[in-house]
Design a binder for this molecule. Structure first.
Ligand code: PLP
Length: 495
């Protein structure tokens, strides 16, 4: 039986299972004095709580857990999110009492081990990226971008070069890039892509001038490709007096193969909750460290961990752009990343990327006869972007393909991104999947391509096997029913 097909009885909501008078536990009579109740006006007469046996509660929550889709149950090729398998050991390390139970207000002297871990993580991330000065405190990729852009702004102001107000950003950029740049006070100017999906270098050179503060580039690009003229690009921006920012949210294709600093980037952020062993798609906490070359270290956010006289201390860089989070960042995520990197070793880093790249190219070459490749079949990096435009011509959209994958127990790939690819399906297999899993996925994708030709209605009504089938996604997002009401009437959420 599929994980999605609980019986009708089992699928009832918790409140609908309630039977008046049914109990789970009987509390013992109190053996301490009763505390007085609050004033009458503060008390509710009627509180709708479900009355259930303990077993029914256990079944209900176990069912909810089984309805969750996760990397621990199924293939999850969600492009740009790097939903790789994360070894459980990393979670165990993060839950050690010395990691999980320390308090951010403890004096530095009592948490030397934790500070050392942060210091060594800064060092090793610096080594992996070639940008040696690191602040771990940003809580997400987008916040890392914002931090890095504040560094760029701080640097130009410090040099009394405050007229540099423009952030140049390619049209293929992740949506967070222009958003972060405008939050950091820059004027965003879009750089077009050429027909191969690369930055149009000639257009970029025309745009780079004395108003250019920073050029922000995602590498590999959002179409999963390496920027072939990267050295020429970073040189051109430097010649115009600007800084070059790498959106290194996805480092899964670069580890041990090349370094952002060596390519001429000055500033970057990286998502530990993609590449370094915390899932991104899970909606949990994240960590988006910001990394800079030595010349920009004084502008980093505060705090960074420094080693002074054999002691680890939290310090504020001299011209710091300020504090970005309440304390020092998502410490538990940092522990996971540190454990992961130490377990893999630097040699293992390279293997991660080589396997991630091979897996993406394997999927690309096996499916290129069935789905269009927007940029003429160049080799991919860690992910491959297909276009369902051929299917669209017979009335089946990328959305229909994605929904049909759910029937086969595969999480849909990222869709309709990047915006420069029509009917985009962005597949990131990651290095942790076996050839058998990839072959299974390829077979399903081929079957779906056949169905698009032969019986498109099967795709348009998919998924068929889930508790809810095709949702009206706009209403689901804008008018969700979040409150249960007696008589089965669901109440819309309060605006
Ligand atoms: C995921 C991602 C981001 C944003 O990271 P968040 O942690 O979701 O804020 C930025 N840029 C790229 C290229 C990404 O893939």
């Amino acid at each position: 039986m599929s994980q999605f097909t609980p019986s009708t009885v089992e699928r009832r909501l918790l409140m609908d299972r309630s039977v008046p008078g049914r109990r789970s536990v009987r509390m013992p009579a109190p053996d301490v004095p009763r505390a007085p109740l609050p004033a009458e006006s503060m008390l509710r007469k009627d509180l709708q709580l479900p009355e259930l046996s303990e077993l029914e509660i256990v079944r209900y929550f176990t069912l909810l857990s089984q309805l969750n889709f996760s990397i621990d149950t199924n293939f999850y090729p969600l492009g740009s999110c790097t939903m790789k398998y994360n070894p459980k050991l990393n979670d165990e390390m993060a839950s050690l009492p010395g990691m999980a139970e320390i308090h951010p207000h403890q004096p530095d002297s009592s948490v030397q081990g934790a500070l050392r871990l942060m210091y060594e993580l800064q060092e090793v991330l610096g080594e992996i990226t070639g940008l040696p000065c690191v602040c771990l405190s940003p809580l997400a990729g987008a916040q890392g971008e914002y931090a890095g852009l504040l560094v760029a702004r701080g640097y130009h102001r410090y040099k009394r070069d405050g007229d540099r107000k423009v952030a140049l950003i390619p049209d293929s950029a992740h949506g967070t890039n222009p958003a972060s740049a405008s939050m950091a006070g820059f004027e965003v100017v879009t750089v077009p892509s050429d027909r191969q999906g690369n930055v149009d270098v000639e257009a970029l050179k025309k745009l780079a001038d004395r108003r250019t503060a920073v050029f922000m580039l995602t590498l590999p690009s959002t179409v999963g490709l390496f920027e072939p003229r990267i050295l020429e690009i970073t040189r051109a921006i430097h010649e115009a007096g600007g800084l070059v920012y790498a959106d290194g949210a996805n480092l899964n294709a670069l580890l041990g193969l090349t370094r952002l600093g060596d390519l001429g980037f000055d500033i970057a952020h990286s998502n530990l909750h993609k590449t370094f062993s915390t899932p991104h798609g899970g909606g949990g906490p994240g960590a988006g460290p910001v990394l800079v070359k030595a010349e920009l270290a004084d502008f980093l956010p505060t705090p960074v961990v420094a080693r002074v006289d054999n002691e680890y201390r939290l310090v504020a860089p001299k011209n710091s752009v300020g504090r970005l989070s309440g304390f020092h960042g998502s410490f538990g995520i940092l522990v996971r990343a540190y454990t992961y990197i130490r377990m893999m070793g630097l040699e293992g880093m390279r293997q991660i990327s080589e396997n991630a790249i091979i897996n993406a190219n394997y999927v690309q070459s096996k499916l290129k006869a069935d789905y269009d490749l927007p940029f003429g079949g160049r080799y991919s990096m860690h992910e491959v972007v297909f276009s369902a435009r051929r299917q669209k011509a017979v009335g089946v959209s990328a959305l229909d393909v994605a929904k049909r994958l759910i029937d086969h127990g595969v999480h849909p790939p990222t869709m309709y991104f990047p915006l420069i690819v029509p009917e985009a399906l962005m597949v990131e297999p990651t290095e942790t999947e076996t050839k058998e899993t990839l072959d299974g996925f390829i077979e399903v994708m081929k079957k779906i391509a056949r169905e698009a030709e032969e019986k498109p209605e099967v795709l348009k009504s998919a998924p068929h096997d889930t508790p809810n089938t095709r949702l009206d996604e706009a209403s689901a997002a804008r008018k969700p029913y979040l409150r249960w009401q007696r008589n089965g009437a669901a109440a819309p959420a309060q605006p």
